[in-house]
Write a protein that binds this ligand. Structure first.
Ligand code: GYE
Length: 320
């Protein structure tokens, strides 16, 4: 009997250390170090707001760090989280490769890592506990399928220019791959120019200006890896005296408010949804991981496709 009482006392002490009391209420906040990519797009701002709202006191203590789209800043932030001995590290890796060393450091310090939004390429998947985010290859396919559907009855060649996301980032690599998988099956389509606009409006505009200079009017379609670059490009197209959405058909990814406004104005043809509002799902994964409960290796966010004719009805319902 005495032994059982002692064991129970030890178990209680253990659960208090891991941050949750036996009745499930938080006894001590879970300290989370979160390294965000930056503030490059509307998508990112919505994602940051969602993460901050979900990882709030009293249950969580959040240490938030903005990497300004630089991997070196993220590595510094992760090292500082390790030095501070946070309970869980969560981060959205700006690019896919180059994480092995710092992830090993986190693992040696026994700090579980949750990847959010973007994936990493590592030789050993046990270096992170779980991933939450979107299927970027499928998003690229959806953009390709929309284009095939919208091009029914149109003669080739259909000349496409592509604004890629950040070089080496999972969404840029995967969206490019998914899109090509679909359009390569139809000989009418040709990607005539493809360059990175780093997921920003300013860069999207600048690169589109260069495309227009080199291609002249020989552009039929723009595929932008995110809405912000498409919105920047729309400005460049208008300044060149062309009609975005008509002279050049445009499809992009994210489904942010700005894209719905552009669709309503007839300047953007379609957007593929990429949902940034996974803060609550992330909070649950962090609770589970910090309590040592098993979690799925990959958690995907559900998303759809929206076209210009749906924009007016959908716009008031958009949450980001
Ligand atoms: O599409 C883009 C952002 O990683 C899914 O990053 C994210 C992408 C998103 O800058 O707008």
């Amino acid at each position: 009997m005495r032994k059982i009482v002692m064991m129970c006392a030890a178990m209680l002490a253990l659960s208090a250390c891991s941050g949750s009391a036996p009745d499930g209420s938080a006894s001590k906040p879970i300290t989370v170090g979160f390294s965000q990519v930056g503030a490059e797009s509307e998508w990112r701002s919505a994602n940051t707001a969602s993460v901050k709202a979900a990882l709030a006191p009293p249950e969580f203590r959040l240490k938030f760090s903005d990497a300004q789209q630089k991997q070196e800043n993220q590595i510094k932030a992760l090292r500082s989280f390790i030095a501070q001995r946070v309970d869980v590290i969560a981060f959205s890796p700006v690019v896919e490769s180059g994480w092995e060393t710092v992830l090993r450091e986190a693992s040696a310090a026994r700090i579980p890592v949750v990847l959010t939004d973007r994936a990493v390429k590592v030789s050993d998947d046990s270096l992170y506990a779980t991933f939450i985010g979107s299927d970027f290859v499928e998003e690229g396919r959806k953009a390709g399928r929309w284009l095939v559907e919208d091009s029914k009855g149109k003669a080739g060649p259909i000349r496409i220019v592509e604004l890629q996301g950040t070089v080496g980032s999972a969404p840029a690599i995967d969206r490019m791959k998914g899109f090509r998988e679909i359009i390569d099956a139809d000989k009418r389509f040709a990607v005539v120019r493809s360059q990175s606009g780093d997921f920003t409006r300013a860069k999207g505009k600048e690169v589109m200006e260069a495309f227009l200079k080199s291609q002249g009017r020989d552009i039929d379609v723009l595929f932008a890896h995110n809405d912000d670059m498409a919105i920047g490009a729309i400005q460049a197209i208008e300044e060149a005296g062309l009609k975005p959405g008509q002279d050049i058909r445009i499809v992009s990814i994210d489904g942010v408010r700005g894209a719905f406004e552009a669709m309503k104005a007839g300047k953007l043809n379609a957007t593929i949804e990429c949902n940034p509002l996974f803060g609550e799902q992330l909070a649950q994964l962090i609770r589970d991981v910090s309590a040592g409960r098993p979690v799925p290796k990959r958690v995907e966010v559900e998303e759809g496709v929206f076209t210009a004719d749906q924009a007016a009805a959908e716009l008031p319902k958009r949450k980001y």
